[in-house]
Design a protein around this ligand. Sequence first.
Ligand SMILES: [Zn+2]
Length: 316
Amino acid sequence: MTHRLTIELRRKQRDCHELCCSCARFFKVGETAHSGYAEDGTPLHVGDCCSSKLAETAVRTYWQTRAYEIPDEDASLWRYMDFSKFLLLIKERAIYFARADHVGDKFEGAKGASTNRTVWDDYYLRFFRESILNPPDGKRPNISPENLQSEAERLLKEMEASGIRQLKTTYLSCWHESETESEALWRLYCPPPSVGLAVHASYGSLNTSLGDNPDIAIGRVRYIDFRKEFAGPSDAIFRKRHSLSHEREVRAVISQPDGNDSFGIHRPVDLNLLIHQVVISPFASSWFEALLRGTMAKFEVDIDIIASELMLEPFY
Ligand SMILES: [Zn+2]
């Protein structure tokens, strides 16, 4: 294995995650996935079925289901914000990604609820004991039951510490997926009499505007009942409590294991590719539209500005 991972190969791994890109057979959990290049340099992500097509193997992995679901290209995404956040977006021409431990949800990155902790701990202690006794080389170690238990407990502690560390090296940009505007979110993010707006984008526009970067994972959050379910070690950043399911969140996630410990990072973005429309808050004062148009012109951002659909008048 060469470990040579070009961006094209990383995109292939992302886009063909579910199936062998050569014969379109779906992967099964635990089988080997081979990533590499054909003789002519074409990136390939294949199963054992088609591994003979690889002239160079970059990496092999045990296939696992993806931690998140990727929306359709045209899935409609919204980001409600006050004017100052929008000003920052167009001035910097960059999306702000907040550090995961600073987004204000104590269950961010959680594996479960504390009431279920013993079930989780017992499962992983058993898993670690079995892994120690059955190493990949098949040589069963000579270890006392006491030492086996204390080593399993050390690994469990290390796993939790690693989960906590991960929150400090993971950065999020959170979006709301919906075909239409949400009055509830207008009230939450732009409550009267504040001035605010919503940026209307799509999964495809968000991904493209960030450079179609396979190292930025963009996917749907899954809402779970932490009283009954757990989030896996590699899934947790895409799991939230059921009580937040109205958010219908799609998040873009950046992992920076060697991060600089800042509370947030900016990622350059092509605003014209990202934003379909800017929608003015139904609660904004009448002078806001002129201010918004003037500001966007000053920063040379030429994007449609429209009124909120909540401004429609009924007839009876
Ligand atoms: Zn195949």
